[in-house]
Design a protein around this ligand. Structure first.
Ligand code: NI
Length: 181
């Protein structure tokens, strides 16, 4: 088990559509998931998708404690999500700042569905389903986009908000400092 290098935007591996997992509960999937948690923690992220460490499988992990960074957001449960599907529960989209471990140092405003239902499987192949809104829904949409080869700048409507975190922060352009996912 080890912390893995994180691929960065520009690497064509990040633009591929990943394959569904077909074998659950085995050592290969277990090792991948441990590497993902370790890499995410080492990089201070809130989530990571398998293709970000060069494995083109439909696996994401994420977790966010209640944090002074996101005072209005309830904690996001520690989750392994395999072969996910997302359904938006209404058409409302909200703008919010995002960062990504594969786009280090940058932040941008991204529109996301505010309320979603997501489903998928845990590492042992047990299906589950949840409803999520606001920050939780944003994290899930960001991570699952990685599985379809989409990075958050491709979802932005106003590229003038894309910038280096340091500069955006100095300019007071966001109050909360969003984490990378
Ligand atoms: Ni990301």
């Amino acid at each position: 088990m080890a912390v893995q290098p994180v691929l960065r935007m520009g690497d064509p591996e990040l633009n591929r559509v990943s394959e569904p997992v077909t074998r659950f509960g085995d050592a290969v999937l277990g090792a991948l998931i441990r590497d993902m948690w370790e890499t995410m923690a080492a990089r201070g992220g809130l989530g990571i998708a398998a293709p970000q460490i060069g494995v083109p499988l439909r696996v994401v992990v994420f977790e966010a404690q209640a944090s002074p960074r996101y005072p209005e957001s309830p904690p996001v449960p520690r989750t392994v999500l395999v072969n996910p599907e997302i359904e938006c529960l209404d058409a409302e989209m909200v703008d919010g700042w995002e960062g990504c471990l594969s786009v280090p140092g940058l932040r941008g405003v991204v529109p996301r569905y505010r309320r979603i239902r997501y489903s998928g499987f845990d590492a042992d192949g047990r299906r589950f389903e949840r409803e999520a809104e606001d920050f939780h829904a944003r994290v899930v949409q960001h991570e699952c986009d990685h599985l379809d080869g989409i990075l958050y700048p491709q979802r932005m409507r106003d590229l003038s908000t894309l910038g280096f975190e340091e500069e955006l922060s100095l300019a007071g352009r966001f109050g909360e400092i969003p984490c990378e996912v």
